[in-house]
Design a protein around this ligand. Structure first.
Ligand SMILES: [Zn+2]
Length: 401
C-alpha cells in the first residue's frame, strides 16, 4: 500500500503504519481528552485528560493490531503466507496471499480476529471492575467498550467484514462456487452499509455522530463492491493458463533497424509493441512509451537503443495462471511479457489478448458449463474465438525469426 512506513517485524510479518493512522491518532486523542474522559470522569486536570487520551488511543491501536495479528497467526498456522499488517484509518488490514484458500481455513481465519477482540474486551472489563486506580479505570472503561464494538461490528455477516468472510466460507463449502458465495456475502455487506447510512441520516437530526455512520457506510458499500469484483477477476483468470493464450510464433525485428524504417513498415498496423532480437540482443519495444522523437533522430536511432532488454523484464511461465500474468502486467506496466521455460524464450503474452479472453470469459460465464456429449461447449467456443483472433493478427504480420 502506498503511504505506509514499516515500524517493526513480528512472527515474520511486517507491521506497517499508513499515514492516515497519525491523523486518526491525533483526532482520537483530542476527542477523548476533551470530551469523552471529562464527561465520564469529571474533576481532573487537563494534563491528566491528555495523558489518558494518548494512552487510550495508543492501546486502542494495539488492540486493532492484536486483532489483525490473530487473523494472521491462524493463517500462518494453516500454511497461508502473510506478508504484512497495515494499520490505517479504519483499523487494520492483513496482507494475506490467499489464492485457493480452503473454506475451513478462511472460516477459522475470519473468526479469529473478532474472538480475540472479545477476549480483549473481557480482560479490559475485568481491569475496569477490579482496579481502584482512576486513571486505568477510565482507560479500560473506554477500551472494553471499543473492543466489544470492534468484535461485534466485524462479526456482521457482510463481506468483506470478518463475519462476511466466515459466511462466505460456509457458503463456499456448501455451493462449491466462490463467486456465488462472495456475491451473496457481499450483498450482506451492502445491506449493512445501507443500514449504517440510514442510521447516520437519522442521527444527523438528533445531532450525534451521524456523519461518521454515513462515512463508514459509504466506505463499506464501496469496499463490498470492489472486493466482489476482485474475486470475480481472480476466479475467472485462475481458470486458464498462460499456455492457452500465449503467442508461440512471434515476429522478431532486427535490433539494428532504425525507428524510421520500423514506422514506415508498420505504419498502418495496429501493433505498437514489438520483440527485438538478434544473436546478442533481445528486448521489447513499446512505441507508446517513446517520447517525441524528431524525424531526423528517427533515421539515426536503432531499435536496440530504444527497446527494454528482456533481462530487465520479469517473465512468466507457460503453466502460470492468467491471473499471475494479469498481476505481472499491472506491476510492470507492460503490454507484452515474455514467456520463458528453463531460461529459454518460448513465446509472448499480450495484454490485449489477455483482456480479450477475460471479457469473453465474463460474457459467457464459464461457470455455467454447457455440456454436449460430455464436451464443454462454452469453454471450446471461447478458446476457438481467441485462437482465431490471434491467428488473424499473426498471418498479417508474421515474419520468420
Ligand atoms: Zn478482522
Amino acid at each position: 500500500m502506498r503511504g505506509t512506513t514499516k515500524i517493526f517485524r513480528i512472527f515474520g510479518i511486517d507491521i506497517q503504519l499508513h499515514f492516515s493512522w497519525w491523523l486518526v491518532f491525533i483526532l482520537l486523542t483530542w476527542s477523548l481528552s476533551s470530551a469523552f474522559f471529562p464527561y465520564y470522569f469529571p474533576g481532573y486536570s487537563t494534563n491528566i485528560y491528555w495523558m489518558m487520551g494518548g494512552v487510550a488511543a495508543l492501546l486502542l491501536f494495539v488492540s486493532v493490531l492484536l486483532h489483525e495479528l490473530s487473523h494472521s497467526l491462524v493463517a500462518k498456522a494453516r500454511k497461508i503466507k502473510v506478508e504484512s499488517i497495515t494499520l490505517f484509518f479504519f483499523g487494520g488490514v492483513a496482507g494475506i496471499n490467499k489464492e485457493d484458500m480452503k473454506p475451513s481455513s478462511e472460516f477459522m481465519m475470519a473468526i479469529a480476529g473478532p474472538i480475540f477482540s472479545l477476549l480483549l474486551a473481557g480482560i479490559f472489563f475485568l481491569i475496569y471492575k477490579l482496579n481502584g486506580n482512576f486513571f486505568w479505570t477510565a482507560i479500560t472503561f473506554y477500551l472494553f467498550q471499543l473492543n466489544l464494538i470492534l468484535a461485534l461490528f466485524n462479526l456482521v455477516p457482510g463481506f468483506p467484514l470478518d463475519g462476511g468472510r466466515a459466511l462466505r466460507a460456509i457458503l463456499y463449502a456448501y455451493f462449491k462456487d466462490l463467486k456465488k458465495a462472495t456475491r451473496i456475502a457481499a450483498s450482506g455487506g451492502r445491506f449493512f452499509a445501507i443500514f449504517l447510512i440510514v442510521m447516520g441520516i437519522f442521527s444527523l437530526f438528533n445531532g450525534s455522530g451521524g456523519i461518521w455512520f454515513i462515512f463508514l457506510g459509504g466506505f463499506l458499500y464501496f469496499i463490498a463492491g470492489v472486493s466482489y469484483q476482485q474475486v470475480v477477476l481472480r476466479d475467472t483468470l485462475s481458470k486458464f493458463s498462460v499456455d492457452e493464450i500465449m503467442e508461440k510464433k512471434y515476429l522478431a525485428l532486427n535490433p539494428e533497424m532504425t525507428l524510421h524504417d520500423l514506422l514506415k513498415k508498420y505504419a498502418n498496423k495496429e501493433e505498437d509493441v514489438f520483440f527485438v532480437k538478434d544473436k546478442t540482443f533481445s528486448g521489447i519495444l513499446d512505441l507508446k512509451k517513446l517520447g517525441k522523437i524528431t524525424s531526423q533522430m528517427q533515421k539515426m536511432i536503432t531499435l536496440k537503443q530504444l527497446a527494454v532488454p528482456l533481462s530487465k523484464v520479469r517473465n512468466i511461465k507457460k503453466k502460470d495462471t492468467a491471473y499471475t500474468a494479469f498481476k505481472s502486467f499491472a506491476e510492470q506496466g507492460l503490454d507484452l511479457i515474455p514467456v520463458m521455460e528453463n531460461s529459454r524464450l518460448v513465446g509472448f503474452l499480450r495484454r490485449r489478448v489477455l483482456m480479450h479472453r477475460l471479457i469473453l470469459a465474463l460474457k459467457y460465464d464459464l461457470d455455467k458449463d454447457v455440456s454436449v456429449n460430455g464436451k464443454n461447449v462454452k469453454k471450446n467456443l471461447v478458446k476457438n474465438t481467441v485462437k482465431k483472433k490471434i491467428k488473424k493478427k499473426k498471418t498479417s504480420k508474421r515474419k520468420k525469426n
